[in-house]
Design a protein around this ligand. Sequence first.
Ligand code: FO1
Length: 324
Amino acid sequence: MIVVLTGGTGAAKFMQGLQQVAPARELVAIVNTGDDLVWWGLHVSPDVDSITYGLAGLLSSERGWGVERDTFECLARMRAMGAPAWFSLGDRDLALHILRTELLAAGQTLTEVTAHIAKQLAIQSSILPMSDQRVETRVATPAGDLNFQEYFVRERHQVAVTGVRFAGSENARPAPGVLDAIAAADAIIIAPSNPITSIGPILAVPGIRNALQETRATVAAISPIVGGAAVSGPAGDLMRAQGLPVSLAGIAQAYHDFLDVLIADDLDTAEASEVMQSNLHPDLRLHFCNTMMTTPEAKVGLARETLSALGVAAGGAPAPVGVR
Ligand code: FO1
């Protein structure tokens, strides 16, 4: 079993590559839910959505989120009627949020709803939300606290950040299956996701960080920082706000207490000595390869490199859906 800790769009791309080189039934994605929000009365779970659509072959390759070839007629009508319209739910995408909201209102947990939707979409891998309790990523700015989507989408992450916290995490429990998966995994991968707001909320759920420290599985992280900057999004600003250097060393530091292998881009080979000189990581292994998932082949290539760095044989039966 290969367990992947996943956040946003980079993680969804990585999962698309991974399902081409490992048996789908042996993959478990543990997904950040700190980005969740209620929008137009619907429970939207953006990172669960991206992983679900990615594994189902439905993810928009143009936007990296939402459904391929979606339309936005409902959004336009909502805007015309004066409803908030800065967060875009596509017409096809709406079906998932309506179904999720209905099943949650009927008493199912987020884990149960996510598994039901995955089954309906013929996904063979397991998608586990990090927790069934609400954990909300809050971004502190000089003008006050924002929820993650207000910061990321409404403000286009152009406001200064002074800190990040995960409201509710202290009372949250890992969702059913999460700790068992980490304990029983043959290999664990931290997807190329923002360490603060994508992976940070997962690690903030009591028990998960400890399970990663204690697992017998080798843990690898793929750096989302290349050439001293985030591949996409605000990871650099958020790392700086949390006191981490925006570099490979910063990623190694974020995961220092459980990381065995750091997978980094070929462009960053010069940073190897800085990472290794840190006394936080005497046994850390560094593996350099192309980490930029700019083509379908590159997604598969990164998945293969990651498995080879973990000592897992690649080449299992690819999932039935195409990788885009
Ligand atoms: N990202 C945007 O930049 N703008 C949007 O309007 C937007 C809407 C949206 C709706 C559903 C969904 O599942 C994802 C959506 N995203 C949007 C992406 C989302 O903000 C990010 O994927 C994550 O929260 C970051 O990990």
